[in-house]
Design a protein around this ligand. Sequence first.
Ligand code: UDX
Length: 429
Amino acid sequence: MKLTVIGTGYVGLVTSAIFSHLGHQVIGLDIDEKKIKSLKQGKIPIFEPGLEEFIFKSLRRKKLQFTTDYSQALKGVDVVFICVGTPSKKDGSYDSKFVYASAESIAENLQNYAVIAIKSTVPPSTTNAVKKIIQQKTSVKFDIASCPEFLREGSALDDALNPPRIIIGTETKKAENILIKLHQKIKAPLVATTPQSAQMTKYASNAFLATKISFINSIAILCDKINADIKDVTKGLGLDPRIGQSFLNAGLGYGGSCFPKDTWALISFAKKLGYDFNFLKQVDQVNQDQVEYFISQIKSLYSNSLKGKILTILGLAFKPNTDDIREARSIPLIKQLQKLGAVIHVYDPVAMSHAKKILKNVKFFDSEYTALEKSNGLVLVTEWNQFKKLDLKKVKKLMNQPVILDGRNLFSPQKVKSLGFKYIGIGRQ
Ligand code: UDX
């Protein structure tokens, strides 16, 4: 089938990569000429394991092309995926201006019937708005649809090729059949529904996962107060099949481009519908408070004074295997520690170039070990695999004070304490 993917950001590139890999003829379109020029050479602007190879192979097999030209991109197309960005507005709602702009360009250049499916995360009312924009500008027949993505950064290709489910929201049987055919080679349960339900599924999924994280973080705080261990509690909790083990890792809370933005957008969308989504507001508040809680724990280890203390932050990315620092917990944590007078050393395997644009008066190092020299505390913020394998005996010799402040519960408290470190985790004993 012939597929056009509008937008070559994270979702657009992964979508282009996997559908061209599955044998479809894909055109990736972006209005940014510079980006398209480097994509044509197989250079991708984001860090995602395996993505560059996938794109390169598809370019070589001539299954994938990139262009800035809508008219060329839409010639003979079966399905158009809208994958443009939806940044947050000040009130937390999504700004759909890029979605609407792409709808206008699609309408001006559509030459034959196609299914126009929105992949960008948008409020359920957007499909109707997009449909109206296109209908006003063209007499060419089309169907509108919603095909939300559930990709996790760092494992996006695997998530897209082996998803737990595929959600297809359409208004006609014809569009539904076309989208089912497009996804044929992906073996996963498929839910065929309306565009509104498809988009609500996406919102609800992210809000529910964010809820799990804030819930377990609240339980972890209680564990700290009664000397219980959150790892044992979650193990016992998760063995109930109705609850499950996943997304119950207590820590500094969630960040990234989806959970914070999608919860704010759902709160704002609910408000517009006349519903006060108080419950989700609390989920967000707990997440924001988690950094404060960790800082209060850190302070208690240094007799409430961090002035002049060198704290080494290991990990800046919002999670491992990505260079993304959007809404990363590292940013408010570092800023707050600086306000309290701490001297900040940092190391992250891939996210430092982005962080340099945001963080001021921070010393960046090119390895975890150099960053830990003369440090008063190791503050673990992102659980990169290489930090799991730290040579802790060597670390202890490098540091001024053997203290581990574990914001992701990465280390075993017993092990690090037996090596002579003072240790604080989140809900750990
Ligand atoms: C998420 C969803 O998982 C994905 O389905 C959706 O389409 C986009 O948003 P992503 O943002 O890439 O994906 O990351 P994810 O792996 O879900 O982690 C999000 C955040 O939650 C990270 O900051 C992570 O550290 C945190 N997290 C996750 C926890 O604090 N505890 C957990 O148990 C799991």
